[in-house]
Design a protein around this ligand. Structure first.
Ligand code: NAD
Length: 500
């Protein structure tokens, strides 16, 4: 049985510690044993990260940038292999996995421009003969903790930029699917970067707690569910470290009566069921204006019924399994709950016909739940599966009120052909990322990603310009080289102003 160790100082490390089983969700076969790091291995990784920092400091910005370029090429070259690995322990269908990797590579490209984006701020002669500037220095060793659903993209949101900014990085991937994360870390090791600049520690919540406690770790980037994000944010604060903790979501789409229903239903189906709905930006609620609801549902149902679910390696499948048996059961329980709360299940994925080889996999078909009310428990929680809930609304104001009251604030979107409505919607909505006729408004790497309310704890979003600020600390230098007449000036103890 393949044992998945840790990746420290450029090589895989194994130890005699506890392990947990790793499953292929396509057929429920055990494909490996994931090591849970002991305190000894955690210490070894941190020591390695601290020592790599000293070496990394000597690399010029151009040299760092060229290493990231090298990494981008390696990721591109291996994209098919990486997508296959994502399929093996997460079950994503190939095109979807390739899309994830490409969105990850965008962030490597952004980090390649570190010479441009890390430029400081400068003011000449801020006071007479006084110049002042700010530099952005690295923090030191940074920790990243990532969720199961984007095992390459989310790590790539973090470490390329953190490293480009001069830090070293320890990553704790999800224990549910660490294989592709390990693979991309090994690829990074093939660049000319110092060994130990990027270390991977496998483990569970105890591992994360140990890492956060350690004084040598300066900051924590976390992405995962809301209860854990909140806890990590609080714990990081307790130990005095900087933290950005991105949490769960409940993303709403508003479909106005003037929307193009063919276009809108295609977009909604893709965003609700792609990746089996296991995306933090997945659309999980469609709010539809009463006067078009019947027509909308008719088209939506017809198209949803053409989706195929099964083994991820089969190209004709629209999406694969859920990540674990436990997760699949949780999603199925939510559908049962919605039914018992009085909803109508208009497309039922609980008893799908699975394709060949898929018999024991963790599959759920696309599910559409109608007549959802906002006081239902099945509405108030994140389901994180191939489930779309439909709420009927009277008008846009009514929809904005519902979305703003929801405790999550990651993404939302509006489908309309009226620019005035779209503008009003985006101006009045309390959500971090808004799409206008775009179902998954995931910002490109040149912007930053982050939700509001319980979808993000912390002040700075992840990747892009905010990411760079997160991974650096400002140092402001003020200098004067006194001219001879100033050297002879009078002794003066008053607070110096800048007006002289
Ligand atoms: P999770 O919160 O269960 O786990 C995320 C990571 O935290 C894993 O590495 C896990 O080992 C670790 N962890 C779990 N419990 C912990 C604890 N008590 N203390 C410390 N560490 C702990 O999330 P998941 O199930 O892997 O991922 C799905 C969730 O992630 C969904 O809620 C989804 O919305 C969210 N997500 C959010 C974003 C975003 O950008 N906002 C992106 C992707 C996923």
């Amino acid at each position: 049985m393949k044992k998945i160790g840790h990746f420290i100082s450029g090589k895989e490390e194994f130890e005699n510690s506890n392990t947990i089983d790793l499953y292929n969700p396509n057929n429920a076969e055990i494909i490996g044993k994931v090591s849970l790091a002991s305190p000894k291995i955690i210490d070894k990784a941190i020591l390695s990260s601290v020592s790599a920092l000293n070496e990394w400091k000597l690399f010029s910005i151009s040299k760092r940038s060229s290493i990231l370029f090298e990494y981008k090429v390696l990721l591109e070259k291996n994209i098919n292999r990486i997508a296959d690995i994502i399929g093996e322990d997460l079950g994503k269908v190939k095109d979807d996995a390739i899309g994830e990797i490409r969105r990850g590579i965008e962030n490597v490209e952004y980090a390649c421009g570190i010479g441009e984006i890390l430029k400081g701020e400068y003011n000449k002669n801020i006071s007479t003969s006084v110049d002042s500037w700010s530099e952005f220095e690295p923090l030191g060793v940074v920790l990243g903790v990532t969720p199961f659903n984007f095992p390459t993209m989310v790590p790539l949101w973090m470490f390329p930029l953190a490293l480009a900014a001069g830090n070293s990085f320890i990553l704790k991937p999800s224990e549910k699917d660490p294989l592709s994360t390990m693979f991309i870390a090994k690829l990074f090791n093939e660049t000319g970067a110092p060994k130990g600049l990027l270390n991977i520690i496998n483990g569970n919540k105890e591992t994360v707690e140990k890492l956060i406690e350690d004084k040598r770790i300066r900051a924590v980037s976390f992405v995962g569910s809301t209860p854990v994000a909140k806890k990590i944010y609080e714990n990081s604060g307790k130990y005095g470290k900087r933290c950005q903790a991105l949490g769960g979501a409940k993303n709403h789409a508003l479909v106005l009566s003037d929307a193009n229903l063919e276009y809108t239903t295609n977009q909604l189906i893709s965003a609700a069921f792609g990746s089996s709905g296991q995306r933090c930006m997945a659309l999980s609620v469609a709010m539809v204006q009463r006067n078009i609801k019947d027509k909308f549902i008719e088209i939506l149902k017809k198209k949803t019924n053409t989706l195929r679910v099964g083994f991820n390696i089969k190209d004709s499948n629209s999406f694969g399994p859920l990540v674990t048996l436990e997760h699949m059961e949780k999603v199925r329980d939510f559908i049962d709950m919605a039914e018992s709360e009085g909803c109508e299940i208009i497309v039922d994925g609980r008893n799908i016909n699975k394709g060949k080889n898929s018999n024991n996999g963790y599959y759920l078909g696309a599910t559409i739940i109608n007549n959802v009310k906002t006081n239902m428990t099945s509405y108030q929680n994140e389901i994180f599966g191939p489930v779309l809930q439909i709420i009927e609304v009277e008008n846009m104001e009514n929809a904005i009120e519902i979305i703003n009251e929801n405790r999550f604030g990651n993404g939302c979107c509006i489908f309309t052909s009226n620019g005035e409505y779209a503008r009003k919607f985006s101006n009045n909505i309390n959500i971090g990322m808004v799409g206008i006729n775009i179902p998954l408004p995931v910002p490109s790497s040149f912007h930053s990603f982050g939700g509001w309310k319980e979808s993000l704890f912390g002040d700075l979003n992840i990747y892009g310009p905010d990411g760079l600020r997160f991974y650096t600390q400002r140092k402001t230098i003020t200098q004067r080289w006194p001219e001879s007449k100033l050297s002879e000036s009078n002794l003066d103890l008053s607070m110096p102003d800048n007006l002289n």
